[in-house]
Design a protein around this ligand. Sequence first.
Ligand code: COA
Length: 336
Amino acid sequence: MKGAKITAIGAYVPARRLTNHDLEQIVDTDDEWIVQRTGIRERRISREDEYTSDLCAAAVLDLMNRYGKSVQDVDMILVATSTPDFSFPSVASILQNRLGIPATAGAIDMSAACAGFVYALHTAHAYVASGLHRKVLVVGADALSKITDYTDRSTCILFGDGAGAVLVESDAQQDSFTGFHMGSDGSGAHHVYRTNLSHKVNEVDLIDTGKLVQNGREVFRWAVRTVPQGVQQVLNNAGASMEQVDWFIPHSANLRMIEPICERMNYPFEQALYSLEYFGNTSAASIPLALDLGVREGKVVNGQQVLLYGFGAGLTHAGLLMKLALDPEVSRPAPL
Ligand code: COA
């Protein structure tokens, strides 16, 4: 039986900051409301000519520089995103050419919204552990500012742009990934969506503005109920307990969601890592960004058990437990 591990990580966020005070000038809101209800202080917004493929390429370059890694032998590229540059070609195909990855590598985008990165990591593990592929590049990236309605105060305060990338490589000695769980409940598909087609889902007419629309309260309730149950499934699958988990990294949607989720699991909130305070909800990028921040700060180190849990539109959710086994860094990361 072969195994797999994450050997390197990288991240990127655009330079432009959008603070809560900036948002006070755009919609009827205030810094205190946003911090109290979400924990978010600012987010990064891509330039008009900066797209998801640009965010991905920058995150992969950060990974290559920090770990001295080549992508010449990458044999599969998976990009989790809900905001691809185009419907097609895929961001993964654009990335292949841009990074000089051999054209013999496979390349696909995966759409599972804010759960996308964990879904892609599951897939990468399955490819590598089965022996089908040896080195898979997994990127979670979104440019949500491109589809955010900056006249809607209930959504525009939440979202930001960013990307996180990891390399999943085969390991002849052991498998770092030990527990898995995923699910999707389409009966809640109309609670968070983006469309520019006049169309119904679950007998509900969708608003076709091309901007993100959500019923925040419904998503909030669903996530707080679903994530603790899903985490328990991951633990059951691994034969592990929450006491063995050094770091819990849920999707960074809202701090006010992470608190009750930890409470329900009786897990210390101080051991939850998130990226929302300065980056907002970056969808598929939020989990790799939080992991990357933990690694940069020296909090998350090799040998520790990390439990990731993504959730979002679909309604999709996915979690996994892994032991960190990164290669040594060859250069210190520049601050994000
Ligand atoms: N500033 C000030 N007031 C605001 C506001 C803002 N930015 N946004 C909403 N409000 C107001 C509402 O209009 C409402 O006013 P009313 O009582 O006079 O009608 C009041 O605040 C409460 O609104 P509510 O929607 O109940 O707030 P909330 O506490 O549920 O917080 C969210 C709203 C969106 C922050 C929260 O529901 C959330 O984060 N949900 C999850 C969303 C999510 O994770 N989506 C992505 C899926 S991964």
